[in-house]
Ligand binder design. Structure first.
Ligand code: ZN
Length: 240
């Protein structure tokens, strides 16, 4: 079983009627229901919970954390950000969605401003697969489209991704690196662009497929966790 935790600040959904109509139970519930698979055990957590629902115990029992935030980035306590950061270095997978590009945890992991161009103009987004052999692209066509989305445009101030999987084109003419992977310590990170709160993006089959694929990719563990520090020799070292 892959233990997935969907984290959402859950603010727009409680204050903005338009967003409430799209996500009456919150973005986190839509994602949690949308990615349900037999081998996923999906839980949710939100900003207003004690310790933002991200206690050490909860994080220790999470294989992949999915992050959606926007208005409340500054309300996430640094202590919790450091805790999530350490769990990523220890091997927890992290999927950062849409406006999570400006979250404290993503900026800390990237080390850059993570800034970009944006525009809300109800425009079409066409998302091209540029790495068809990658497991995150499994089951997708050559591209898929979202009829209405917010535009994010280059330059996106991120370190060069380890792997670039998706590139978006927008009706207004901009392009954007929409699916990027990183390794930090023993953890894997996947940034996925779509998911503006005013649009039903998290009900889209392809979007949910990408997130589910991302969960499987980020959860996959490699070798045993490395041991650091002073080390006894494995072979006898000859006296010289
Ligand atoms: Zn947005």
């Amino acid at each position: 079983m892959i233990r997935v935790l969907v984290w959402n600040e859950n603010m727009h959904e409680r204050t903005d009627e338009e967003v409430q109509k799209v996500y009456p139970e919150g973005i986190h519930s839509a994602i949690a229901q949308g990615i349900e698979h037999e081998d996923f055990e999906v839980q949710t957590a939100t900003l207003e919970q004690p310790e933002h629902g991200l206690t050490q115990e909860i994080l220790d029992n999470t294989d992949v954390l999915i992050w959606w935030g926007h208005q409340g980035h500054h309300m996430v306590a640094d202590e919790i950000v450091n805790r999530v950061h350490q769990r990523v270095l220890d091997g927890m997978g992290l999927i950062v969605l849409h406006s999570g590009h400006f979250s404290k945890i993503f900026k800390k992991l990237m080390g850059t401003s993570c800034d970009l161009k944006w525009r809300e103009a109800d425009e079409k987004e066409r998302i091209w697969v540029v790495n068809p052999a990658h497991p995150i692209a499994a089951g997708l066509g050559e591209y898929f489209e979202l009829e209405r989305e917010e535009m994010y445009g280059e330059h996106f101030d991120i370190p060069a991704p380890d792997e670039l999987i998706l590139v978006s084109w927008f009706e207004g003419g901009e392009v954007f690196r929409s699916g990027c992977t990183y390794h930090r310590g023993n953890g894997k990170i996947f940034y996925f662009r779509p998911g503006h709160e005013a649009y039903p993006t998290f009900y889209d089959t392809n979007v949910l497929k990408v997130i589910s694929n991302g969960v499987r990719w980020a959860a996959l563990q490699g070798a045993a966790k490395p041991v650091y520090g002073n080390h006894k020799p494995l072979e006898k070292i000859k006296l010289k």
